[in-house]
Ligand binder design. Structure first.
Ligand SMILES: Nc1ncnc2c1ncn2[C@@H]1O[C@H](COP(=O)(O)OP(=O)(O)O)[C@@H](O)[C@H]1O
Ligand SMILES: [Mg+2]
Length: 253
């Protein structure tokens, strides 16, 4: 079972869009995929128009959860929204507060890939997610601040690796919101490729209006606009992820 976290400390870089469309892309190839929404904003649940009776909050507090099937081969866990902040406070006083998710999902089987869609903060929920996952994808949007976000995230992963039981390897940095018409996009992508070399995904996610519109129709890009650039890019990412097996993830992030 591959366990993949999508995380960076900057908001609005395409984390949730990637979790949804990579998740559905993998599901369409026949992989059984579970997406766990680790963000109080509940964007995953909202996109699929579902509400979990037992959410990530219940999972962290007492190990109970409702796994909701949203598509063929695609399942989600609702974050529980604002209750997540309360859960975090509750966790703070508990033993094994950083590995609750890993322990709660110890017996999870029957799925091929678990994707954790994280929030852009470093809180106990994300530390739990980072301890649970084996690989991370860091989406970086094509502006300079985002590059700083990538650097910070790498530092954070290093820190977490120091006290996590397993290892969290960097599967890849994903360029998002790429706009071929702007010099800035090209410059940022060049800089990132020079700096991170093979730690970058070859796939680049371009700016695409359909990607922005799809969630308001409760659809993934493959349903909303299967011939769009967005669908093409996320299809490419799906293929690349399947090619880059766990063993190819770069050790030491
Ligand atoms: N490649 C893209 N092109 C255009 N809009 C995008 C693209 N990726 C994401 N968006 C839109 O940008 C906003 C932020 O993306 P989101 O995936 O929610 O970011 P995050 O989860 O990192 O905060 C959303 O409205 C989303 O639909
Ligand atoms: Mg998000």
């Amino acid at each position: 079972m591959r366990r993949i976290g999508i995380i960076t400390s900057k908001g609005g870089t395409g984390k949730t869009t990637t979790a949804i469309n990579l998740g559905h892309g993998l599901a369409l190839t026949g992989q059984k995929v579970l997406v766990i929404d680790c963000d109080a904003q509940r964007n995953i649940a909202v996109t699929f128009d579902v509400q979990g009776r037992k959410t990530l909050c219940d999972l962290l507090q007492n190990g109970e959860v409702e796994i909701i099937q949203v598509r063929r081969n695609l399942y989600v866990v609702d974050s529980g929204g604002r209750d997540l902040a309360e859960t975090e406070m509750m966790l703070a006083g508990k033993k094994q507060r950083e590995t609750r998710l890993t322990l709660a999902l110890e017996n999870l089987n029957g799925c091929d890939v678990v994707i954790c869609d994280c929030s852009p903060t470093i809180n106990l929920i994300n530390i739990n997610a980072l301890n649970f996952v084996h690989e991370v994808i860091i989406p970086v949007s094509m502006d300079y601040l985002a590059q700083e976000g990538a650097r910070q995230t790498l530092e954070i992963i290093d820190e977490i690796n120091q006290f996590s039981y397993g290892r969290t390897d960097l599967l890849g940095i994903l360029a998002t919101f790429y706009d071929a018409r702007t010099k800035l996009s090209k410059e940022v992508l060049d800089t990132l490729r020079k700096h991170f070399t093979d730690r970058m995904f070859d796939t680049v996610i371009r700016i695409n209006t359909s990607l922005r519109e799809a969630p308001s129709f409760n659809k993934t890009i493959f349903e909303y606009s299967p011939l769009s650039r967005g669908a093409f890019d996320y299809y490419q990412l799906t293929e690349e992820l399947l090619r880059r097996g766990r063993t190819q993830a770069v050790a030491g992030a």
